[in-house]
Design a protein around this ligand. Structure first.
Ligand SMILES: Cc1ncc(COP(=O)(O)O)c(C=O)c1O
Length: 392
């Protein structure tokens, strides 16, 4: 007998969707949400509120009755400002009319892009541990995710030799995310140049998810799009969620070659139509006047990073000092626990939430992700509790 409220026929949901794994982070946060008094180093979201002048700009936009659709590509004023910002910060020039599209988060930008470029069976190469949406996003677009592991011994930078081994005649694109979620890794320039050369030699596209790039604490972030021969094969994805603490506004953008932006635009106009006007007005204000506040948050993240990295290493949870994003990725194998056991027991015994590294891919096993998007007091308290947890 079929007790389920669904009919026995199982083909109601498409095969490639049925097969999608559930996000390990979601499961874990179901547990966290059910508990009180948890110090969370789990969420990959700024703890800062969106700076007031940005919020005020969106209130002002509403007061002025700006409640309509915008151009499918996004407000031209915003696209112009984005292209100015990208040119001055990333040294790549794009035409705001034809080479830039405003999207609903990098999430939508990535989805549009994958759907725009993938023919069924095309391979998209990406590095792990990585942001949880990459593999499912590729699968949802009927592509084949191809993993290149990154290693602690390289501070989780991508080794070009490993990348080379993953290339096949079916390779369509390489998806890069530096600074990286969950490891905080960045790419040394010489290695980035090698990756660029591999893309050129094999005539494949590069998807550059540089959403954390402003949060680079030492040295300068170099976009792969700015390297010789790369502009025409790179799609630069960026947004306002992280550096400007604007996750809820859902505004991001993609810049790239006309044919690809045009294809993304085609999908966008029939699915999302446009990004919300209120968020676009807020993003415009962020680009025009947001630098001081953004830098203030950045310096605070840097100070927190220094504290958390020092404390974790002192208690034997080895981690390199990440140069970017707001994550550290300590090795927890000295505890004798798997990353899942570590995170679950830490939560149950000390009310501290961190994310098991396995949620970010197989090679994340043996690590946990700690986001330092939490106040310094909370970070210090969380470190005290982790030290106690390890002693016990
Ligand atoms: C690497 C990476 N890319 C993209 C996103 C999604 O960002 P958005 O809020 O712009 O959709 C995230 C969010 O955590 C992320 O970590």
């Amino acid at each position: 007998m079929n007790d389920s409220k669904f009919p026995p026929n199982t083909n109601r949901v498409a095969e490639h969707i049925v097969g999608l794994p559930k996000s390990g982070i979601r499961d874990f946060f179901e547990l966290v949400n059910a508990m009180d008094d948890v110090i969370s180093l789990g969420i990959g979201e700024p703890d800062f509120m969106t700076p007031w002048h940005i919020r005020e700009a969106s209130i002002y936009a509403l007061e002025n009755g700006h409640t309509s659709y915008t151009s499918n590509l996004g407000l031209l004023s915003l696209r112009k400002e984005i292209c100015r910002y990208v040119k001055s910060n990333y040294a790549v020039e794009y035409d705001p009319v034809s080479e830039c599209i405003v999207t609903v988060g990098v999430s939508e930008g990535l989805d549009l892009l994958l759907r725009a470029i993938i023919n069924p069976g095309d391979e998209i190469i990406y590095h792990e541990p990585c942001y949880v949406s990459y593999a499912p996003g590729i699968q949802m677009a009927h592509g084949i995710p191809v993993v290149v592991p990154t290693y602690e011994k390289n501070d989780f930078a991508l080794d070009p030799a490993d990348l080379k081994k993953a290339i096949t005649p079916k390779s369509k694109a390489i998806l890069l995310n530096f600074p990286c979620n969950p490891t905080g890794a960045t790419m040394p320039l010489d290695k980035l140049k090698e990756v660029a050369q591999i893309a050129i030699d094999n005539d494949i596209l590069v998807i550059a998810d540089e959403i954390y790039s402003e949060l680079t604490y030492e040295g300068e972030h170099i976009s792969i799009a700015s390297l010789p021969g790369m502009r025409e094969r790179t799609i630069f994805l960026h947004g306002f969620s992280k550096a400007y603490a604007m996750t809820g506004y859902r505004i991001a953008y993609a810049c790239g070659p006309v044919d690809i932006i045009d294809a993304m635009m085609n999908i966008h106009q029939y699915s999302m139509l446009c990004a919300p006007i209120n968020g676009q007005e807020a993003a415009l204000e962020a680009l025009r006047n947001g630098k001081t506040e953004m830098m203030r948050m950045k310096y605070e993240y840097r100070d927190r990073r220094n504290v958390i990295t020092k404390r974790l290493n002192e208690m034997g949870l080895k981690c390199f000092k990440p140069v970017g994003a707001f994550y550290v990725f300590p090795n927890i194998t000295s505890s004798g626990l798997s990353s899942n056991e570590f995170a679950t027991r830490l939560l149950n015994e000390q009310n501290v939430a961190v994310v098991p590294g396995g949620a970010f891919g197989k090679c994340g096993e043996g690590f946990v992700r700690c986001a330092y998007a939490a106040s310094i007091d909370n970070i210090v308290e969380a470190m005290d509790r982790i030290a106690l947890f390890l002693k016990r």
